[in-house]
Ligand binder design. Sequence first.
Ligand code: SF4
Length: 314
Amino acid sequence: MLIKKGSKSLEEKIKELKKKRNAVILVHNYQLPEVQDIADLRGDSLELSRAAAKTDAKVIVFCGVHFMAETASILCPDKKVLMPDVNSDCPMASMITAQDLIKLKEKNPKAVVVGYVNTSAEVKAELDVCCTSTNAVSVVNAIIKDRSAFDGKDEIIFIPDKYLADFVERKTGKKLIKWNGVCPTHVKILPEDIKRERKFHPFAKVIVHPECLPSVIALADQALSTSKMCQFAKETEAKEIIIGTEVGLIYRLKLDNPDKEFYPASEAAVCPNMKRTTQEKIVWALEELKEEVKVSDEIRRRARKSIDKMLEIV
Ligand code: SF4
C-alpha cells in the first residue's frame, strides 16, 4: 500500500479504522517498534489473551504469532480475532503436533500432560494443564502437591520446550518426560555472549528467559519470563540490565524505564516471525477484516479446559 503525499499517516488511519470497526490492537513484547507504538496493550501471550477476553471491542487485531491469536480465539469465541500477517508462526509451537502428543501419551499413560502456551490449539486440546513461562514451575509444583486432582498420576509430560522443561526440573526437583522442542531464537544466545556483556557492563544485572540454554541460565542472575522481566526492570535498583531474550523487548523496557540502560545479551536473538507485522498490514487487516483466526468449537472447548485448569491450580 502506497501512502500518497498529503494523505493521512498510517497511525491516523489505524486510529480511524479502530473506531469504525470497534477494534482493539494487542501487541506482543517482541513486535517491531512501529507496531508497539500503536498498541492498545503490550504484553506477553497470555496477558494479551486475557485482555482480549475482557475487552468490549468486537474485533481484536493480534500482533504476535499464530498460537497467540488462537489462544485469544479460545478465550473469546464471540470476537473476531484478526492477524495482520497470518503466516507469522512460532517454530517452537510447530515442533509438536497433536498426533505426536497422542503417541507420547499412549507411551506414558500414567503421566499428567502439561503444555506450554506456545502450542497449537489442537495440541492444547490434548493437554491436562496449560502453562506459561511465568507459572510453569508453580503449575508443576501444584500437580506434585495434589496428585489426587489428576487421578493419582505420578509422572509429568512437559512439552514442547526441552530447555523450559530443564528449568522446571531444576526448580521443582521433579523429573519430567520431555519433548525435543526449542525456541530457535533463544538458543542463539550463548554463554560467551553473557560473559562478554558482563565484561562490558560490570555493574549490570543479567536476566535471561527460561527458554535459553541451561549454560546461559547458569551465568545469569535470574531466569524470568518477559512479563517478570518488565517487573524486574521497574523494581530493581540496578541502573543497567543485560537482557537475554528476543531483542524486541528492549524497546518496551526503555520506554517504561527511561532512567535505566538495557543491553541485549545477543543481537542475534531476533524472532523473524515476530517482525512480519507492520503498520501497513494492520491497516489492511482493519480495512478488509482479515485474516481471521478461528478455532473450531470442538477443539476450543477441549483446549479451554487446559487453560482453565491452569488458572484454577496456580
Ligand atoms: S521467540 Fe521463540 S517461542 Fe517466541 S515466537 Fe519466536 S520462535 Fe516462538
